[in-house]
Design a protein around this ligand. Structure first.
Ligand SMILES: Cc1ncc(COP(=O)(O)O)c(C=O)c1O
Length: 281
């Protein structure tokens, strides 16, 4: 939006919580320039149909890989599908430098343009002379050192996340009223960036209430994302009037995630599971 583009939405898959690729094509118009793919929570977006649509309609792919560093789609690294693929090094990510991020591209011109935007579009031939507006998104060598050290441990981090996911699934399998994240799809094994839970429709309370009850038992949680078409800032901009995306709306109201940091001990996971059993008993 900050680059002048207008976002157009599709709904979320009720099982993988990711975008539904089969809804993309109907939303393409002559103005469409790119498909923005955001891999969420631990499973990647189903990329084959997206790649096919992008090729047939000559669209760029922007791939948000923030939550799935170390994940693969049919054996190929997430973050290698986009014309530009973006990464976040925010503290809750698999690689963190406190704040910051990175983008990847195979296109040398795009790379050069991004380097320029990152450094306030200083003209190479003449400093303090600008032909474009940029930002200061410079990444310090200290931050890079932190990130690189963690990159060396990425396989270990991913293995830990998967182990934790399997353990939660074992512990929570018999808790009534909740649905657990699916362990795999045809194209990927869940990486459990965070361990999300959705509350079944027959339960008479929503995620907000469940999270408040868990907080009383000393268990911290985080809500799922809130849908774009229900954001006040976009209503003020007259975007998405009257639009409805039932699955995304339901996930926002019925979904939340439980403690998922790599430092969590087995005993702490037992405590989280016991609290969930109490809340949903
Ligand atoms: C999918 C996704 N995209 C983008 C971001 C934003 O990254 P940052 O906070 O580093 O700008 C996040 C979370 O932080 C995220 O989960």
């Amino acid at each position: 939006m900050r680059s002048g583009a207008t976002p157009v939405l599709v709904d979320s898959d009720p099982l993988t919580w990711n975008m539904i690729p089969s809804q993309v094509e109907a939303r393409i118009t002559p103005s469409t320039r790119a498909i923005m793919v955001v891999h969420l929570y631990g499973l990647p977006v189903d990329m084959d149909p997206i790649l096919d649509i992008a090729a047939r309609h000559n669209l760029a792919i922007i791939e948000d890989t923030a939550e799935v560093i170390g994940q693969t789609y049919r054996g190929k690294n997430c973050g290698s599908f986009g014309d530009i693929s973006t990464f976040s090094f925010y503290p809750n990510k698999h690689v963190t430098t406190g704040e910051g991020g990175m983008l990847c591209t195979d296109d040398a011109n795009l790379a050069e343009r991004c380097r320029s935007f990152r450094d306030m579009c200083f003209l190479k031939s003449q400093r303090f002379f600008h032909e474009d507006l940029g930002w200061n998104y410079r990444f310090s060598n200290v931050h890079a050192a932190l990130g690189l050290a963690q990159l060396e441990r990425l396989d270990e981090t991913v293995a830990t996340k998967r182990r934790m996911g399997r353990r939660y699934t074992e512990l929570l399998g018999d808790v009534p009223g909740i649905e657990l994240p699916i362990p795999q799809t045809a194209y990927a094994e869940n990486i459990y960036w965070v361990y999300g839970i959705t509350i079944k429709d027959e339960v008479p309370f929503d995620a907000k209430e469940a999270m408040a009850r868990l907080a009383k038992l000393g268990v911290g949680t985080r809500p799922f994302f809130w849908p774009m078409h229900e954001q006040p800032v976009f209503h003020d901009m007259n975007l998405f009037p009257g639009e409805s995306y039932p699955s995304a709306e339901r996930l926002a109201r019925r979904g939340f995630y439980i403690p998922s940091g790599v430092a969590l001990s087995g005993g702490e996971m037992d405590r989280v599971a016991a609290a969930l059993k109490e809340v949903f008993a």
